[in-house]
Design a protein around this ligand. Structure first.
Ligand code: FES
Ligand code: FES
Length: 179
């Protein structure tokens, strides 16, 4: 079986993956299962499997990516992959997004929260890297979650309907991240 090496949360890791065919006809195991099964990354979830809900989101080279539809042979060697598992494990010093989602009780069942946090992490970091350190307005966050923000065409779905609290949590975290 072929191997892939990535930088997973800053650490170089290698594992084999399943693939069939070659060249244009090659297909292979999806990134989501590979991360979960080879490296115990249980932040990203399988929701729809169709790139529609966001539950499986990871950052690949800083870009929020639906890992449920990414086949391993399309991932560059040494791609930088960040997962929710790579954020803080220190309850006393969580990442601002983790803290605000907990403090504002933005999750109900919690299934969507991986996508909400990793998607907004990539979005907020992108805004800051582009020189925009303003706190996103409610409308800007809603546009982001619905896939209508500049540079983002993906929506993020919460089936429990905690969107109002999610919007508030993202805005609070963005304010802290931009300081
Ligand atoms: S599980 Fe990947 S977008 Fe829904
Ligand atoms: S909290 Fe249940 S899907 Fe969002």
């Amino acid at each position: 079986m072929p191997f892939r090496t990535i930088l997973l949360n800053g650490k170089e890791v290698t594992a084999e993956y399943q693939a069939i065919g070659s060249g244009a006809s090659e297909s292979s195991e999806i990134l989501l299962y590979w991360l979960r099964e080879q490296f115990g990354q249980h932040g990203p979830r399988f929701g729809c499997g169709l790139a529609q809900c966001g539950a499986c989101t990871v950052l690949v080279d800083d870009v929020p990516t639906r890992s449920c539809v990414v086949q391993l042979h399309t991932v560059e060697d040494l791609a930088e992959v960040r997962t929710l598992d790579g954020l803080s494990h220190d309850e006393k010093d969580p990442h601002p997004l983790q803290r605000e989602f907990v403090e504002l009780q933005a999750g109900q069942c919690g299934f969507c929260i991986n996508g909400m946090i990793m998607g907004s992490l990539g979005w907020i970091e992108g805004r800051i890297a582009g020189g925009d350190r303003s706190v996103p307005s409610e409308d800007e966050v809603k546009a982001f979650l619905s896939g209508a923000a500049p540079g983002n065409t993906r929506n993020y779905i919460c089936r429990c309907g905690t969107h109002t609290r999610i919007v508030a949590a993202i805005r609070s975290a963005a304010e802290e991240m931009a300081r």
